[in-house]
Structure formats: C-alpha cells, structure tokens
Design a protein around this ligand. Structure first.
Ligand SMILES: [Zn+2]
Length: 235
C-alpha cells in the first residue's frame, strides 16, 4: 500500500494486489478526506484488513474522528472492505444498494472464491462478509459543513456516484474515467456516461481521482468523452 498526499486534506491509498494484463496492472484506490467533523472514505477495496490499514493511517495522522464511507458502485473491488465499518456509516446510490442486495446477499463466504475465479482472482482475505450500505440517496447528497457533495453519475455502471470536495476542488470519479479509454461499461448506459463526462467537464476541478489510474485532469475526461461519442455514432 502506498499513501500519497493530495492537496490540503486528501490522502490517496493505492493498492496493487489486483493486477492482471487486461487491467493494465493498475493500482486500485481508496481516497480519504480529513473534513472538519468526519473522515470521508471513498470506496473500500477488497477486504476489511486493507481498510483497517486506511483507518489506522488516518487516525494516526489526524486523531479520532467518525468515518463516513462511500461506495462508488457495486463492483467487488470497491465494496468488499465494507465489513470494516458498520452499515450506518456506509453511503451509496440507491441502485447500488439494490444491486448489492441481489448480487451479493445470496453468497456465503465460501462461494466468494468461485465468484472471483470467474475473473481469475483469488481473494487475499478469505472471510469477507458483505456489509450493505445503510444510507442511500437518489440524485445528490451534500454534507454542507464539510464541503463534500455526492452526486449520481451513471456511466461505468448504472449505479455510479461521484464525490466532489469543494474545499480542495478534488473530484472522485470512481471507474467513470479511465485511460487510455473506458474498458468496461454496462450496455445501454452510453448516453448516461456521455452526460456524466460532460458534467465533469463543467466542474471546478484540476484533480480527478479515478478508481484505478494515476491522478488525472480534464484532458482524460475529454479523451474518454471523445471515445464514447465515437462509439455511440458507430453503434
Ligand atoms: Zn468497476
């Protein structure tokens, strides 16, 4: 795990446990923000042990604060660490919770290995318990006194949300932005993705945290948008 300081109050935790060629051997990120009243944690990676490292690092550097945890979307590499937290600490879009309920609740812990085998992964932490987010929203949710806004940004998947830090002007885009081009998206979701990327371009930010790439700027969003629009016209 590598920790990078981002602007005034962000810490980027980069993990390299998932790497395979079609993934571009990229890191997977958890982004943490020290706000005035809470620590905000964007995504929970692959297991509670990893998230305990994140919690410990934040508590060690900044002292005690309660956590608010956000799942960017339902994919396993962003939610399997939820069990390091309690449901009432975890926020997501309402569709994300619905998908997690149907997709993961049927699984017993032993069946995770079979699930991950589809993707040629083995889980470092065998006993992952899925904890569903206890708080959901539909369009947007503002933590006004903390300078944090969550908003619905479907694209990579239908349930994606993004986080905007108004103080540092940092945008967490999850898997919606990826270089050199988006490698995965739900079919039928292209128009949503285009709208989401266009919204990103209107935002006051020069620092975009993706789920897996290095830190990006709006050039990457423009490239993704161009790719998506071309794909749209070809289809
Ligand atoms: Zn994903």
């Amino acid at each position: 795990m590598k920790i990078s300081k981002i602007k005034n109050r962000g810490r980027l935790f980069s993990f390299d446990d998932i790497s395979y060629s079609s993934f571009g051997n990229k890191s997977t990120h958890v982004y943490a923000i020290k706000a005035s009243q809470h620590f905000f944690i964007f995504d929970t990676y692959m297991g509670p042990g990893f998230m305990q490292q994140v919690k410990n690092a934040m508590l060690h550097e900044f002292g005690q604060k309660p956590f608010i945890v956000i799942n960017s979307h339902y994919h396993w590499d962003h939610v399997f660490g939820n069990s390091a937290f309690s449901p009432e600490e975890i926020f997501c879009h309402k569709i994300c919770r619905e998908i997690m309920e149907t997709q993961y609740n049927a699984f017993d812990p032993q069946s995770f290995d079979r699930y991950l085998a589809q993707y040629s992964f083995s889980l470092p932490e065998k006993q992952v318990e899925i904890v569903l987010p206890g708080v959901t929203f539909a369009d947007s949710l503002s933590f006004c006194d903390e300078g944090i806004e969550l908003f619905y940004t479907p694209g990579h998947t239908i349930d994606c949300l993004s986080l905007y830090d108004r103080i540092d002007k940092v945008l967490c885009a999850g898997d919606n932005v990826e270089l050199p081009y988006p490698t995965y998206f739900d079919e039928g979701n292209r128009e949503n993705h285009i709208k989401t990327l266009e919204k990103y371009l209107t935002m006051d930010t020069d620092t975009i945290i993706p789920g897996h790439d290095e830190i990006l700027g709006k050039e990457a969003v423009k490239k993704n948008l161009e790719y998506r629009k071309n794909l749209w016209h070809k289809s």
